[in-house]
Design a protein around this ligand. Structure first.
Ligand code: FAD
Length: 394
């Protein structure tokens, strides 16, 4: 019975733990409240499944916020190379995009998920779908009784919780599990949106020209840092990697011509021979996309278009007021969940020995770029190794 392990949640964190535990010969049951596995993984694949990143170990580890986790060790013990090799062993191809991100060749997540589940079934892992976990009761012999909404109860030698975060859930699907843990004295942090778009008070005329158009290769600067990339103009505001990485409520600045210095821009504007207004000069002398032109025309500060020098400055320091983050239901990930000081280095919960927690249900964060899924599978691997040692005869 010590070698019977219960896993709750069939996202990448739970599935990776199941793979490791099953390959060590432990008896694994995965419980999932949905009718099938990996809903969020499938959603992630809808826009191209970015599985990991080619950054060096040091730069990779620097992407994570969440003190208490030794990110470098985590990524060394189950590295991006290990994760790619795992995917290749399942029979899928991957490729490295120009942005340094790795993707599965077919871009969607369905093939990966299908082969992963098939592989787990071959290893005798059992799946129970439509079973929502509702309770955790320690037994006198150190085992745990898991209770589920359908009234069933199952006892395990160790339990791994991998219930995910709070983003992109249906409107009535607020996670109930924090209350189960709080009742056991485990501190959880309220959820908040991460990697999300922001609202902007766009003028209707601007939207008519620029909605769904990208600001290409711009740099967004905020108190959270600088990030280059494409920003999509939407009806409500902005989306895109620079926004997810550095978006903060308040005034941010856009560098709309990141490949040129302010002086170079002014020289090019001054170099136009015709007697044109600065904005018309910019259209002649600089490659400015539809969205950037509309942004300058409709939203530039009053004095920014009056001279070549002022326009050059504005192109490099365009003020953009981000009103508020989009709601959790639209965010790619969430912060909040189990406070990191509640877990040991091996992802066991300090107050319930024998219970482990991994993935997005812990209070860490990372930008998009493959860092989220990589952290989930590396944590699933680390916890599973610890459970295996815990379950092995001494
Ligand atoms: C639109 C979108 C695009 C994304 N794109 C990428 C990307 O390209 N690259 C990347 O790295 N990341 C991406 N992500 C993030 C990534 O999908 C998540 O970080 C990852 O799925 C989290 O894994 P997890 O195993 O921790 O949790 P999840 O994948 O959320 O899995 C948790 C599982 O637990 C189940 N569960 C919850 N509560 C219970 C309960 N009480 N009982 C039983 N089961 C329960 C849930 O139903 C769920 O299936 C994207 C996310 C979104 C929303």
């Amino acid at each position: 019975m010590k070698r019977a392990i219960g896993i709750v949640g069939s996202g990448p964190a739970g599935l990776m733990a199941a793979s490791v535990l099953a390959s060590h010969g432990l008896t694994v049951t995965v419980f999932e409240k949905n009718r099938g596995p990996g809903r969020k993984l499938l959603i992630a694949g809808a826009s191209g499944l970015n599985i990991t990143n080619s950054l060096s170990e040091e730069d990779f580890a620097a992407q994570y916020e969440g003190s208490g986790i030794d990110w470098r060790k985590l990524l060394r013990d189950f590295s991006p190379t290990d994760w790619l090799a795992f995917i290749h062993r399942l029979g899928l191809e991957t490729f490295l995009g120009t942005s340094g991100r790795y993707f599965v060749r077919e871009m969607k997540a369905s093939g990966l998920l299908r082969r992963w589940i098939d592989d787990l079934r071959e290893k005798k892992v059992r799946f129970q779908y439509g079973t929502e976990w509702t309770g955790l009761t320690p037994q006198p012999d150190g085992r745990y009784l898991l209770s589920f909404a359908d009234g069933s109860q199952h006892e395990f030698g160790a339990v791994l919780l991998a219930l995910g975060g709070a983003s992109w859930l249906d409107i009535n699907d607020t996670p109930q599990w924090p209350a189960i843990l709080t009742a056991r004295g485990i501190h959880t942090v309220p959820f908040a949106a991460a990697n999300c778009g922001f609202d902007v008070d766009w003028k209707p005329k601007f939207l008519r020209e620029a909605a769904q158009q990208p600001l290409k290769n711009v740099v967004l600067s905020s108190p959270a840092g600088d990030r280059k990339g494409d920003i999509l103009i939407t009806e409500y505001g902005v989306e895109g990697t620079p926004v997810y990485a550095c978006g903060r409520t308040g005034t941010s600045y856009l560098d709309l011509k990141a490949d040129l210095s302010e002086k170079d821009i002014q020289d090019r504007l001054d170099g136009v021979r015709e007697n044109l207004a600065p904005l018309r000069r910019a259209q002649r002398a600089l490659k400015i996309g539809v969205a950037a032109q509309a942004l300058l025309y409709h939203h530039a500060p009053a004095d920014a278009l009056g001279s070549n020098a002022a326009l050059a400055h504005c192109l490099k320091h365009f003020p953009l007021v981000l009103l508020r983050p989009r709601p959790l239901s639209e965010a790619i990930s969430s912060t909040g969940g189990i406070a990191l000081d509640e877990i040991n280095a091996d992802f066991s919960l300090k107050k319930t020995p024998g219970v482990y927690a991994v993935g997005e249900m812990l209070d860490w964060s990372a930008p998009t770029g493959g860092f989220l899924i990589q952290a989930c599978v590396s944590q699933g691997y680390a916890a599973a190794q610890a459970i295996w040692q815990h379950a092995s005869p001494q």
